[in-house]
Design a protein. Structure first.
Length: 247
């Protein structure tokens, strides 16, 4: 059974039909590349999976459970994490706080009323995650805004992984990175795969997609027009699907 299954998913904004009956499945331990031209519907599709957008038709299941009508918070609790292109980090806050942003553990006053943010636990757990991932940063106490783009990307990944997701969706994680930084992000993705996480990687950079993904799905005008095994295709075939040379 796949971790994530979409069947016949449709979404329109007013008169504009953006998703036209998308079928897609992703399993644990698999990295799927989602590619397609600007405006093909990739980000919309991912937001339909996380629940940020409701869908008009079709069905989405996760671990065999119908999540089509669940809100984003519930889907997140079930293990769906998305890392947005803008990363949604707080630049002035330190690395540790960013990893727990919005989901801070609290301490109970007299063991009863939860009220204090448990900063020492945040620091300990953030450091553990950074060490486990082998992320190279000077300290968990420096503001995220002072890190390089690649380091910030790895912090966003660390943040997603802290909550033990089963599915991680990444929108253009390598778009703005230097070569060495791309490599460390791709290594992290491989580490996630080996731990059994299902990953969807949206990218315009086909080199990265071919390096990281075992399967490549091409979206065109809101349809999945190709679902290819990496080892059975090549870049020129993928490009021909992206630009619509296959009709
Ligand atoms: N909230 C919205 N309201 C109206 N139209 C939208 C909305 N979001 C997306 N669209 C439209 O849906 C289509 C698909 O957009 P989407 O952002 O999903 O594409 P994409 O494949 O992610 O493109 P890119 O590679 O440029 O990020 C576009 O034509 C876009 O204008
Ligand atoms: Mg997009």
């Amino acid at each position: 059974m796949s971790t994530l299954e979409l069947s016949g998913v449709e979404k329109s904004f007013g008169a504009v039909q953006v998703l036209n009956g998308v079928d897609l499945s992703v399993s644990g331990g698999e990295v799927v590349g989602l590619v397609g031209d600007n405006g093909a519907g990739k980000s919309t599709l991912m937001k339909a999976i996380t629940g940020v957008y409701s869908t008009d038709k079709g069905r989405i299941t996760f671990d065999g459970i119908d999540i089509t009508n669940l809100d984003p918070g519930k889907r997140r609790e079930m293990g769906i994490e998305m890392i947005y292109q803008d990363l949604a980090l707080a630049p002035q806050q330190d690395v540790a706080n960013n990893i727990f942003l919005g989901r801070e553990p609290t301490k109970r006053l007299l063991g009863l009323i939860p009220c204090f943010v448990d900063k020492s636990r945040i620091d300990v757990e953030a450091q553990e995650m950074i060490d486990r991932l082998g992320v190279q940063i000077p300290s968990i106490h420096i503001p995220v805004g002072m890190l390089s783009g690649g380091q910030q990307q790895t912090i966003a990944i660390a943040r997603a992984l802290t909550f033990k997701p089963k599915l991680v969706i990444m929108d253009e994680p390598t778009a703005a990175l230097a070569v060495r930084e791309v490599e460390s992000v791709l290594n992290l993705i491989e580490q996630m795969r080996s731990e059994g996480i299902a990953t969807i990687l949206i990218s315009h950079r086909l080199n990265d997609v071919f390096a990281a993904c075992g399967r490549i799905v091409v979206l065109r005008r809101g349809n999945v027009i190709a679902d290819l095994k990496r080892d059975e295709t090549d870049m020129s075939e993928v490009v021909s699907y992206i630009v619509g040379a296959h009709g």
